[in-house]
Design a binder for this molecule. Structure first.
Ligand code: ZN
Length: 429
């Protein structure tokens, strides 16, 4: 078994489930200690830090040839979202290898990248390879709850670890998308939507459920949520989305009309749900809470809405939500801002060269992620973010459905491919 597969399998076997939405619970410690030990074995002196009991984070720096150049951060999160074993074909934390895949929660989100980064870091240290610029490797807790115990905490409490870092690579990007027979694009995330987790509250007049009621908070809230459900936020064609759709059009030969991006999105197959969500803001109701007895109208009803806005739409999104929900609905929220950078520069050129060396003729395309990552924390230090966790995928694998999905798995040959690409990139970045 190759080292990267071995490492990925070992990492999947640590149950690092992050159950909360507020970062209050979680246990990355055994996985973080494993990472720190593997780095120490190779000769590093890693920094191990816990933001709270069991919330382990590991950071290490490998000095580069030219200290005047900004450092590159390679980061990956150690936590995973819950998995219900009864829904899976294999036990989700067993690290089973079957049919050429490593199966398990975290196999693609994102212990595969942690394993690749770890394997490359170990090789560079063992073989005394000096990268062109400083490399900082960070393996962090709590991404799945917004990073307050991981990336966010490191940025606030230990920012010195990231001195001189100008750019970062991590999830979600670098994976292949088969455009047509044997023509592959590799998607590089250059932008991601902002997150607004909204807590909604409606107050009303409580009383006996048998009587006439005109001020029922449950009724008022559900009407407001129904308005939100049928509301469509304005379409905005961000440069990352436009360049992605135009690039796919180049590769397929099917013309792209910028006035009708929806048509181009509809042709994307399994990617269309995610790319479609980057054409506009979205707001999906995810939780409801009201009442305690069948014959009592309660005084309050509450809901949680998962709002996602495009870069530059923060204030407009907030205003539009308030307008659609109406004056009865009290809104309170946590916001993680959008992230965006341009698709250019020496690092992007090195990514393209590394991909081309391993998959000749493939094309790199920028895109916008509909979700959020730890890039939101690291951008507070002025770091440019690229989603680039290289992975070659078989054409029929519905990759985006595996994120937080059932039977999450990573192809072993794709993982080894990714490690080779990352190795090349970090020697030439
Ligand atoms: Zn992730």
């Amino acid at each position: 078994m190759s080292e990267v597969v071995d490492l990925a399998r070992a990492l999947v076997r640590y149950d690092t489930t992050n159950t909360s939405d507020d970062g209050a619970t979680g246990n990355e410690r055994p996985a973080a200690e494993f990472v720190a030990e593997r780095l120490a074995d190779a000769g590093f002196q890693p920094v191990y830090l816990e933001s709270a009991p069991k919330r382990g984070n590991v950071v290490v720096r490998l000095p580069g040839a030219d200290p005047s150049r900004g450092a590159l951060l390679v980061h990956g999160h150690l936590d995973v979202v819950p998995a219900d074993a009864s829904e899976w074909s294999v036990p989700p934390f067993a690290g089973e290898i079957r049919d050429g895949y490593l199966w398990g929660r975290g196999a693609i989100d994102m212990k595969h990248m942690v394993a690749m980064a770890l394997a490359v870091a170990r090789r560079f240290k063992r073989d005394n390879i000096v990268p062109p610029r400083d490399l900082v490797f960070a393996f962090v807790a709590d991404e799945e709850a917004g990073g307050r115990q991981g990336a966010g905490w490191l940025v606030e409490q230990h920012r010195g670890l990231f001195d001189g870092v100008t750019e970062a690579i991590s999830e979600v990007g670098g994976f292949s998308y088969t455009v047509r027979d044997d023509v592959r694009a590799y998607l590089v995330e250059t932008a991601e939507k902002g997150v607004m987790w909204l807590r909604l509250k409606v107050r009303g007049t409580p009383g006996h459920g048998s009587m006439l009621h005109t001020d029922n908070p449950v009724a008022k809230l559900t009407k407001a949520l129904a308005r939100l459900e049928s509301h469509e936020f304005p379409q905005v064609l961000h440069p990352a989305v436009r360049d992605f759709l135009a690039g796919v059009s180049d590769l397929t030969g099917v013309a792209f009309d910028p006035d009708d991006p929806q048509a181009a999105v509809a042709r994307l197959g399994s990617l269309s749900r995610m790319i479609g969500a980057t054409l506009r803001d979205t707001a999906n109701t995810t939780m409801l809470k009201a009442g305690y007895k069948a014959n009592v109208v309660p005084s309050v009803a509450e809901a949680t809405v998962d709002g996602r806005m495009l870069p530059g739409r923060e204030r407009a999104f907030e205003r539009e939500l308030a307008e659609v929900l109406g004056p009865d609905v009290e809104m309170d929220w946590d916001m993680l801002p959008p992230v965006e950078t341009t698709f250019d520069g020496r690092l992007v050129d090195a990514m393209a060269a590394a991909i081309d060396a391993e998959d000749p003729g493939a094309r790199l395309l920028p895109y916008m992620l509909s979700a959020g990552t730890d890039a939101k924390s690291f951008q507070r230090l002025g770091i440019r973010h690229f989603g680039f966790a290289p992975l070659r995928l078989p054409p029929d694998l519905n990759f985006t459905a595996l994120f937080h999905g059932i039977d999450e798995r990573v192809p072993l040959d794709g993982l080894e491919f990714g490690e080779r690409v990352l190795d090349r990139l970090l020697r030439t970045c």
